[in-house]
Design a protein around this ligand. Sequence first.
Ligand code: HDE
Length: 758
Amino acid sequence: TGDLAAGMPFNSNKSIEHGFQNGLNPQPGATVPATSRLPTGSTLSEENGTQKTGSLAPEGVNSSIEPLDRVRVDSSGQVLTTNQGVAIADNQNSLKYGTRGPVLLEDFILREKLTHFDHERIPERIVHARGSGAHGYFECYEPLSQYTKAAPFKEAGKITPVFVRFSTVQGERGSKDTARDVRGFAVKFYTDEGNWDLVGNNIPVFFIQDAIKFPDLVHAVKPEPHHQMPQAASAHDTFWDFVSLMPESTHMLMWVMSDRAIPRSYATMQGFGVHTFRLVNENNESVFVKFHWTPKDGLNSLVWDEAVKISGADPDYHRRDLWERIEAGAFPEWELGMQIFTEEEADKFSFDILDATKLIPEELVPVRPVGRMVLNRNPDNFFAETEQVAFCTAHVVPGIDFSNDPLLAGRIHSYVDTQITRLGGPNFHEIPINAPVAQVHNNQRDGMHRQAINRGRVAYEPNSLAGGCPFQAGAGQGFVTFPERLKAKEEQGKVRGKPEKFADHYTQATLFYNSQTEPEKAHIAAAFRFELSKLTVPAIRERMISSLRNASEELATKVARDLGMKELPDRMPRAIDRVAKAEVTHAPSLSLFAKPGSTGIRARKIAILIADGSIGATATQVHEALVAEGAVPRFVAPRIGAVNTADGTAIDADASLENEPGFLFDALVLADGEKGVAALKADGHTMEFVKDQYRHCKTIMAIGEAQALFDMADVSPSLPSGDPDPGIVVGAGKLDSAIQAFVKALQDHRHPIRETDP
Ligand code: HDE
């Protein structure tokens, strides 16, 4: 930000600390107007830089930008310096005694550079190490004052800035994005009354009921300790050993073996707060709440074969997708929904709302839409923002409170604790990405890497020397815990144990499986088959099947058969014989197909296969039509560069059959033209491309003579029944109507009717 440095004795980044703004420590000649403090080249405009949090900001404005601006660095036009600001004359050679002589210890420039480099890495997160984040905002639909006084829900149209980090759980920081795994969905709301972190997952239930089991779960699923294998995968003995001995995980296993665990994109998965939370209003009345994020672009997942291949060709698949959507302006968006219910209602449910292995079917308590979240800005720096962001379930604001879920209680402790190691001390709240936009005033002092320069001699409360400041806010403004009382019949004194309803481990596992469509059920069975087939200890496999029999005889039988088991093992004894009758036995809302979204084919990646000799005009027409729909078509050819089209249309292929294989795309268009088709045929990659697209049930359009490629790839344009395949469009004759049919077919994302197993 050197533009301000001219004529000033020091770094203009520090103008606030040096007192320019508040006049406490005026410097000679320091008359910089506040409005010119924006660095050149900053993404800030003067207008949005002055927006205050909580105002009714126009779309796209993020008021968390301004406080971060102090630490933004723009080196354009600047000379290289040391960390002490000393200009460096030579960055190529270390200091030696003669060019062939020894390097000298006094080379402080070399030593500073290497020392900093040696410490560039920080510990990765013990879970959720692999992740990607983005900035955005939350917009409230209507005031929710009846239920909560929480700042983001105060007015219709109120904007609260957010930072969101999505993640896998098991893998290390550099592992692949498309592992079969739960996805983290962590949202930091920079509200004007302090930070609120909603640290959720893309699955609404969890493996365990009590935080005391979390280290065991994580040790079981992480690579096995003796040889550190497998990476980012649950298909190994220790994971299944543990979960087969923990029947409370059965419901979660159903979700994790479903296509939920291999999302197509972060933008096409749901998010859930998982635990029951409390909302508290101005009158200190409280209701319970479950949080749901529903993607505007619909719920789309990968198929397993595709996920496996993508992990080789593009381990950054989800990270890239999130980044590119935002850069392209196809901003990922979710609607926030709340399931709101009272304590009296909760008491009557057949399950316990404190049990994180249970969900509340939408068919029992509907989800009420309360606002939307849009992610519209990529981070400037991955480490500074995405890596250093510190989420914490303990970060709540007045109006949001906890339930007694024992898993949540453990989390309230664990997140702060882990940041102290990961981010090197207790001052991680001062790191710009973590700093609230609300002001921070307290008597906490010192510690590693302290940034704040607290003034004065008072660091205690009560005090008279500082006029009593900072003084406690009182119940009107401050956070007050909801004064929940246990009912008389629940008074048991101190006890290690669980409420009785926690012992029903299977009812909702059955509900989930039975509520899936046939293709989803088939994928769940295939996932169990795959994972259990990887085990080296047959007894674990059998134990798992014996437990699965309690959830679904159909599923257990199918998986056992597919694993070559001659007979089914006995059912695992249940923790309790009689369970409360479930209110809902079929919940269509649990299917991936239940939330199709509303946006057509926005951000879908489509390959247009083309080669020298193809007809360029029709291919270009399709390209333009797809761009107009908000999709992302790319010309893919045997090699990158200009394509020598038959009709002379200028086309530049920016991807090749080799560097962007078929499974990276949502759909395929095959360009017309006899010579082009022959050239594509001559490249062995084409067959793989078409076959993968076909086997992964994607939408394929062949223009004119390109139909010949179907035969070559042994792909039939109609279903075995003779009916037309809903995902295959043949563009003969009028191309306009073929394009329309293609776009319509693509809205379904996939055509499972075509699928066979294997
Ligand atoms: Fe976490 N979890 N967790 N977790 N979790 C962490 O915090 C923990 C749980 C979740 O993008 C850690 O900063 C315990 C449920 C997300 O930075 C750690 C228990 C849910 C993220 C931790 C759970 C989550 C984490 C590791 C059981 C869904 C990534 C690094 C009591 C509702 C946040 C860190 C990000 C991260 C502890 C269970 C979600 C160790 C003890 C249930 C999305 O503190």
